[in-house]
Design a binder for this molecule. Structure first.
Ligand SMILES: Nc1ncnc2c1ncn2[C@@H]1O[C@H](COP(=O)(O)OP(=O)(O)OP(=O)(O)O)[C@@H](O)[C@H]1O
Ligand SMILES: O=P(O)(O)OC[C@H]1O[C@H](OP(=O)(O)OP(=O)(O)O)[C@H](O)[C@@H]1O
Length: 237
């Protein structure tokens, strides 16, 4: 049986993943055209490459349909509740760095921290007849973070893209999203709360231990870890 390795099928994350494995003598490439999501592997036997959405990698690992997968830590933490029971970190890849943050309009001069947001949220409901809305696709991580900070008077509004635009479009008062350069926040006149990020994410190689690996697959994994200079997670030793 082959080891199924899933990597993002487009964008910077895919390009950097291909380059990262290439630098470690594992050649990953698309098998055909840009639109074909099958991959080719050289430099190691027994590995099958699958190109898929970064957002789907966590689910496929948790279902045991992928043995290995590259995606952002943010997506694994958001999509797999008890991720450590199903998935192990093999290597952090050192790119795709981004922080999950909460941001509010710059003109909210009385809001710099979560405590300030909490105070405004309580007043907001009385003043506007509805709860303060936070647009995000990171529902679980944001809820957990706000709960631990004691912020309760808010509503999550789902936003799967262009999240920073929701404030201007009046569908939310605040947002929670990934930022790296800060340019998108700046362009949308938003400022990050000062308490620090909810999560610091980067591209990571994960291994699934949901279904047992065959002996041949284990051997391939050991070889991969050697080539990548990665330490095998406990569950695989
Ligand atoms: N501006 C950014 N800088 C660095 N990393 C980012 C940035 N935006 C998103 N990422 C990271 O890239 C990964 C993929 O993000 P996202 O799900 O938005 O990708 P996508 O290309 O929209 O994927 P999909 O194929 O699911 O639509 C996430 O782990 C995220 O943290
Ligand atoms: O801090 P910055 O460097 O400006 O990057 C942040 C932006 O990058 C991501 O969006 P992406 O370009 O993936 O598009 P999306 O809005 O569809 O998620 C993220 O959702 C932010 O909008």
């Amino acid at each position: 049986m082959t080891v199924k390795l899933g990597i993002p099928s487009k964008g910077r994350l895919m390009e950097q993943t291909l380059a990262w494995f290439g630098d470690r003598e594992i050649g990953l490439s698309r098998a055909g055209s840009d639109r074909e999501y099958a991959g080719a592997v050289s430099g190691i036997d027994g590995v099958e490459l699958i190109l898929l959405s970064a957002g789907e990698v966590p689910r496929e690992l948790a279902a045991g349909r992928l043995h290995l997968g590259v995606t952002g830590t943010d997506l694994v933490r958001e999509k797999i509740p008890l991720w450590r029971t199903q998935i192990e970190t093999v290597a952090e890849l050192g790119f795709g760095h981004a922080d999950l943050i909460i941001a509010v309009p710059k003109f909210w001069t009385d809001v710099e921290t979560l405590d300030d947001l909490d105070a405004v949220a309580a007043r907001f409901r009385a003043d506007h007849g509805h709860r303060l809305r936070i647009a995000t696709k990171y529902h679980r991580l944001v809820r957990e973070h706000l709960q631990s900070a004691g912020v309760a008077d808010y509503l999550i509004v789902d936003s799967q893209g262009a999240t920073e635009g929701t404030v201007k479009n009046l569908t939310a008062e605040a947002i929670a999203d990934i930022t790296s350069t800060g340019a998108t926040l700046e362009a949308n006149h938003l400022k990050v709360l000062a308490d620090g990020p909810i999560l610091a994410s980067q591209a990571t190689l994960f291994a699934s231990h949901v279904t047992p690996w065959s002996e041949a697959e284990q051997k391939t994994l050991t070889r991969i870890a050697d080539m990548l200079g990665a330490k095998l997670p406990e569950a695989f030793i």
